[in-house]
Design a protein around this ligand. Sequence first.
Ligand SMILES: *[C@@H]1O[C@H](CO)[C@@H](O)[C@H](O)[C@H]1NC(C)=O
Ligand SMILES: *[C@@H]1O[C@H](CO)[C@@H](O)[C@H](O)[C@H]1NC(C)=O
Ligand SMILES: *[C@@H]1O[C@H](CO)[C@@H](O)[C@H](O)[C@H]1NC(C)=O
Ligand SMILES: *[C@@H]1O[C@H](CO)[C@@H](O)[C@H](O)[C@H]1NC(C)=O
Ligand SMILES: *[C@@H]1O[C@H](CO)[C@@H](O)[C@H](O)[C@H]1NC(C)=O
Length: 448
Amino acid sequence: MRAVFVFLAVFVSHAAARYTADWTSLDARPLPSWYNEAKLGIFIHWGVFSVPGFDSEWFWWHWQGQQPPNKTCVDYMSKNYPPGFSYPEFASQFHAQFFDPEEWADIFNASGAKYVVLTAKHHEGFTNWGSPNSWNWNSVDTGPHRDLVGDLGEAVRSRSLHYGLYNSLYEWFHPLYLIDKKNGFKTQEFVMHKLLPELYNMVVRYKPEVIWSDGDWEAPDTYWNSTEFLAWLYNDSPVRDTVVTNDRWGAGCACKHGGYYNCEDKYTPGQLPKHKWEKCTSMDTLSWGYRRKMKLSELMPLSNIIADLVETVALGGNYLLNVGPTSDGTIPTVFEEGLRGLGAWLEINGQAIYASKPWRVQSENNTIQVWYTSKGTTVYAIMTAKPFKPTVQLLEPKTSVNTTVTLLGNSKPLSWSPLSPSAGLIVLLPELPYTPGHAWTLKLDGIQ
Ligand SMILES: *[C@@H]1O[C@H](CO)[C@@H](O)[C@H](O)[C@H]1NC(C)=O
Ligand SMILES: *[C@@H]1O[C@H](CO)[C@@H](O)[C@H](O)[C@H]1NC(C)=O
Ligand SMILES: *[C@@H]1O[C@H](CO)[C@@H](O)[C@H](O)[C@H]1NC(C)=O
Ligand SMILES: *[C@@H]1O[C@H](CO)[C@@H](O)[C@H](O)[C@H]1NC(C)=O
Ligand SMILES: *[C@@H]1O[C@H](CO)[C@@H](O)[C@H](O)[C@H]1NC(C)=O
């Protein structure tokens, strides 16, 4: 009897875990827990667009796609390249000759990130791996002559970081895509003969634990066969137990369907959302791909990055921070400096970030802006500015006789006193240590 029961339980739990190709079923899948605990990821935009390193990763479109084209881009090309020079000719100059995946992975690990997401294919259609469906427009046949996706994946995973891949559904100039578009997306030539074979192959080959889908917005999810793909991904793919995806699976899906929600690029909700989300943003505020003209004033300072991360985590999100490597395969040192600075801050303050949960209250702004996170019964109050006086008032925590307050990175308990019998406390701060991150964490125990 018992054996039968166990058998049935196993059978039922397996049966229950199969998803059907519709949003009701797919949206009900619990997000694998590693993702919510990870909090911080690194996003990498790398491709043929890194060669011109001009305008942004949208350069091809701005130059030759959109109507009217961007004059700055048109003028740049006519001034600096021979007449008739075409965008695909940039591919042979994508050398990646200094690409050392071990070095990249060391930098990403030193940033404190727990996952890395590389553009396997951006809207230009060039794949950073030897896709058999992208003949002569991939990093093995041309340019670097190297499996960039595979090589980075090995280095990243050997440091126990999770590895994810960005994949653009649409390709601006793919002839089959253009046919489908002309047909009002009533035909699926591109999806059946290019997109899906390539996407299934990519998952089987590289076993990405994040599929960061993009380029979905011109057509409905039924055109992309998104629900069929996701049902396979969740039921039968080699990453079915650990993979997470975002919400860009067709026009109208963003913020509504899929795994976690990105909503828009750089989106931040005003208050605690009900659904797991991720803020993706870029150190270079003007581009995701490398820009040779970038100026220091156009980059996010470390203190802004940390304040942004803290706000995101307090509001239940993950933070995906982008860097654009050069076509030579180097990470600009200014990005490396930022990433290492972030890691140095997390070395001390990480316990308030990783695997934390939003608290009863997400923020308050009495003495200074404070963001709250929690872990078990511990509450963290992260100050993203330095108080003018050596004290800080927190109005939200309810203290008890057992309340203790410490500053992360400083072992001595801090003196505090209640503000009123019902709630709030005033904490006497020690000299706040210098940190390029410009944020400090108070650890509160024995409060409610
Ligand atoms: C054209 O591209 C340049 C270079 O990226 C950019 O600064 C400018 O804002 C763009 N112009 C328009 C009208 O979008
Ligand atoms: C990864 O970074 C952590 C600190 O964030 C460090 O303790 C660890 O040694 C690093 N691992 C490798 C393989 O470099
Ligand atoms: C695409 O979706 C259609 C309709 O649900 C289905 O018949 C077909 O098998 C799917 N193809 C793939 C490759 O997923
Ligand atoms: C917090 O308060 C300060 C001082 O009143 C103000 O300058 C700042 O904009 C406030 N921050 C937020 C996020 O409301
Ligand atoms: C204080 O801690 C003691 C010992 O852990 C516990 O028994 C007591 O209930 C706590 N009091 C409050 C108000 O939390």
